[in-house]
Design a protein around this ligand. Structure first.
Ligand code: TNX
Length: 539
């Protein structure tokens, strides 16, 4: 045994004795590390209440995680946390091994029925120099809570007199719950296809910022990306192309299920979209009877919109749509099905309305709630369906008049595919240039007169006409997607650019560690990482 191994074993023995009952020696665990002033500065989205107590919980090799017994999903949350702690610090933290040792240097994830916990995603964190207690009603709340914890664990350990490495977690009390129940982002995997691995990486990043929805735009003129077993040509033919003549691709149902399960482990709901009656060229090339624009459909790799439409007056078209919605709904546990419905410029208005009303019934028959882009507000749809506001205030307000809920994605503010400025390497600017501050400094709560009580939440869509790999995707999505997480979670009165800007700059070590090729906005003072992501294990 080397001297240092001997020292380690000796210390472990002393600590073991301390933990199993010798209360006198307990204090030894907390003497030798400095107070921390990290407090708020790493947290995005900003929690509802933070009361710092300016000490540090010594996260180290002696820390253990425990959860309430028989609390559904809590152990999975704890294991997720242990894995992330390992990725960040290298520490191996056991989960639910043995009995809880007097709550000392323990992280305890507790199921609580406290009325102070407002909703499924609410959580409370009580961090002292001895223990971290995370209270939540559900595993979903616990999962949101561990993201906060991940964010306040320092990137590097502190040099202390203690022989082992310690990551001091700032002490205090955090009370938190989200403002909106729907906090999403969208990936357009139709204009350019993105692999399962790319989508999973995006999900990981969204989860860290407490998003709870990923909307997948699965079909468009340039490609059909989801296997439909009863209509195999959709992917065989319609999946073979993408913008710019590159290879295309699609998800098999097994792969889609894998994405859904991966998202579910991170308490993220997948919302599938099949865009129709416009944006349907890829489907119509695969099965020409669907086509309603009077021309012979051909594979399309350009970026124009508004040229395609289904034939809205054929029963066989609705039989086809029934199959598609049935198959996708069967492998989608979430409550929503997005029917698109945007930019159907070559569908007659009366045909469009007839179509949306018929498709709504099909979606309902398969047990889902319909979401459609704001144009669906022109049809006579149910109050239970959801309007996705992207461009027309008039359409959004007619949805409000029907009692519908609205998802806020105004292109001028929330489109991740808009360029930051005229020099941006990727992106479009038909709606606006959206620099990092503009993306953050607006209020979805009071935009275009849509009443707050009708707002289900916010979503940041990333259309992919100009991006074809994960690095380009990350350039457009980050850092803006981080700001949208705060617009969705944090109340208006707790948001301000000056505070956000500092906290955003502090995300750089995390983004580097995750190998995210974010746009280094000159508005932000990006914190230097002590090491490059390549040198340490990825999170
Ligand atoms: C508008 S937003 C579209 C998409 C494009 C996007 C590009 C919406 C519902 N339709 O088809 O990809 O602009 O920014």
């Amino acid at each position: 045994m080397t001297t240092s191994n001997f020292t380690k074993s000796f210390i472990a023995l002393v600590l073991f004795i301390a933990i199993v009952g010798c209360t006198e020696t307990k204090k030894k665990r907390v003497i030798n590390f400095p107070k921390t002033d990290l407090v708020m500065e790493n947290m995005i989205p900003k929690p509802l209440k933070v009361i710092p107590t300016n000490g540090g919980f010594p996260l180290d090799e002696f820390t253990a995680i425990y959860t309430s017994k028989n609390a559904t999903g809590f152990e999975a949350v704890a294991k997720f946390l242990a894995k992330k702690i390992k990725g960040k610090t290298g520490l191996d933290i056991p989960v639910n091994v043995g009995e809880v040792p007097n709550m000392e240097t323990v992280i305890y994830i507790n199921q609580s029925d406290s009325l102070d916990l407002k909703g499924d995603e609410a959580y409370q964190l009580y961090i002292t120099q001895d223990s971290i207690i995370l209270n939540a009603n559900t595993d979903e709340g616990a999962f949101r809570g561990i993201q906060t914890l991940r964010q306040i664990i320092p990137e590097t350990s502190t040099d202390t007199l203690a022989p082992n490495k310690i990551w001091p977690v700032p002490t205090g009390k955090i009370i938190d719950n989200p403002q909106f129940e729907y906090r999403g982002s969208m990936l357009d995997v139709a204009r350019h296809f993105f692999s399962v691995e790319d989508v999973k990486k995006y999900i990981d990043l969204l989860a860290y910022y407490k998003y709870n929805v990923l909307h997948l735009h699965l079909t468009d003129d340039q490609g059909w990306r989801i296997e439909i077993k009863s209509w195999p040509l959709l992917t065989e033919v319609g999946g073979s192309t993408e913008v710019g003549g590159e290879a295309g691709g699609f998800y098999t149902q097994e792969e889609y299920k894998d994405i859904v399960a991966y998202a579910a482990e991170r308490h993220i709901t997948i919302v599938p979209e099949v865009d129709m009656p416009g944006h349907t060229n890829a489907a119509s090339v695969s099965y020409p009877f669907l086509n309603g624009n009077g021309k012979k459909p051909e594979l399309y790799e350009g970026t124009q919109v508004g040229k395609s439409t289904f034939d809205t007056r054929k029963d066989t078209v609705y039989a086809f749509i029934d199959d598609v919605i049935r198959e996708i709904s069967a492998i989608t546990p979430g409550p929503y099905f997005h029917i698109g419905g945007d930019e159907s410029h070559v569908t007659k208005k009366k045909d469009y309305i007839y179509f949306v009303e018929k498709v709504e019934k099909i979606v309902q028959k398969h047990g889902k709630t319909m979401i459609g882009w704001d144009e669906i507000g022109q049809a006579d749809v149910a109050a239970s369906s959801i309007s996705h506001f992207w461009s027309s205030k008039k359409n959004a307000l007619s949805a409000v008049a029907k009692g519908m809920k609205i998802i806020m994605s105004p292109a001028k503010k929330a489109y991740l595919d808009m360029q930051y400025d005229s020099l941006s390497k990727h992106g479009l600017h038909w709606a606006a240039f959206i620099p990092t501050d503009t993306a953050y400094v607006w209020h979805p709560e009071e935009y275009e007169g849509i009443p707050l009580e009708n707002i289900l939440g916010i979503e940041a869509p990333l259309w992919s006409e100009t991006i074809s790999d994960i690095g380009e995707l990350e350039y457009l999505a980050f850092p803006r997607a981080i700001g949208y997480s705060e617009l969705g979670w944090t109340m208006k009165e707790n948001r301000d650019w000056e505070s956000y800007k500092v906290r955003l700059g502090n995300q750089a070590p995390f983004l580097d560690r995750m190998n995210v090729k974010y746009y280094p906005s000159p508005l932000i003072d990006w914190k230097k990482s002590k090491y490059s992501y390549k040198e340490i294990q990825k999170d």
